[in-house]
Design a protein around this ligand. Structure first.
Ligand code: SAM
Length: 264
């Protein structure tokens, strides 16, 4: 396939057969499973997934890649390619109401965080997700409180999914080679949330606000959203910073604060 990699589409194509094998064995695809790949590109992972399942979906934005990909994959199985922006695509529309998707992708790094948040909104139809991402993003996804990588992404993902970083990959596995290291990660949405959240929109706003000025204390960063008394009633010290609060405590705080009028 002759194609000039487009930077604006975050195109860094995998070419290392050992890394591709490692990715596919970590996913362990089975014929009865419904897989969808985000950004199949030139088919480096798609080919192997299709060989294993015989049928799958893929969402690719770059229309120049669609025909060559379809031709290359035709002998391997039924690949349904959707020429669309995944951020505007409802993955749940691909699957029957009772079934669940397995989502896979070597994601375009420039929009990986918006893609993760988009998928979180549709987590109810997703069994698991396996992604290649910038290593630094994977560190943030799996970080624990007190760690300097711990932030909004850690809290929002860990509230809904089990996050398991799997392995790291150097730039040489891709063409063109990215300037950063990469890592492969598994996300498994909880069937029953470990921490119940009453108002997801409020929780999301509060977490974003708390980390928007991460050096500030909760008393200051959440000044417009949460009364100091609400924190104190829950035994949360208003002098703490957001990075010191675990996911469960964020949920408790949001659940209590969403019921009260915001401070004036
Ligand atoms: N899966 C291929 C591989 O591993 O070699 C390509 C991975 S490349 C890092 C990212 C892929 O995502 C490219 O094919 C790119 O065109 C596609 N892409 C970029 N933005 C996208 C979007 N918003 N929606 C769907 N696909 C997108």
């Amino acid at each position: 396939m002759t194609h000039r990699a487009r930077k604006r589409f975050g195109q860094n194509f995998l070419h290392d057969p050992g890394v591709i094998r490692h990715i596919v064995s970590s996913i362990a695809p089975k014929p009865e499973q419904h897989l969808v790949e985000i950004g199949p590109g030139q088919g480096a992972i798609t080919r192997e997934l299709l060989r294993a399942t015989g049928s799958m979906d893929a969402v690719e934005l770059d229309r120049d890649l669609i025909t060559p990909l379809a031709e290359m994959c035709a002998p391997l199985g039924d690949l349904r390619i959707h020429n669309a922006d995944v951020l505007k695509f409802d993955l749940c529309s691909l699957v029957a109401p009772s079934a669940q998707l397995r989502v896979v992708g070597n994601l375009p790094y420039n929009i990986s965080t918006p893609i993760l948040f988009h998928l979180l909104e549709r987590a109810n139809c997703i069994r698991d997700m396996h992604f290649m991402l910038q290593k630094e993003v994977v560190l943030r996804m799996g970080a624990s409180p007190g760690n300097k990588q711990y932030g909004r992404l850690s809290v929002m993902l860990q509230a809904q999914c089990q996050v398991t970083p799997l392995f790291e990959i150097g730039p040489g596995a891709f063409k063109p080679a990215p300037k950063v290291d990469s890592a492969f990660v598994r996300l498994e949405p909880y069937a029953t949330l470990q921490v119940q959240i009453k108002d997801q929109g409020y929780f999301s706003r509060m977490v974003a606000q708390a980390f928007s000025q991460r050096r500030k204390t909760l008393r200051n960063s959440l000044r417009k959203l949460v009364h100091v008394e609400t924190m104190e009633e829950l035994g949360i010290n208003p002098g703490l910073r957001a990075e010191q609060l675990d996911v469960e405590t964020f949920a408790q705080l949001a659940n209590a604060a969403c019921k009260t009028d915001p401070p004036s």
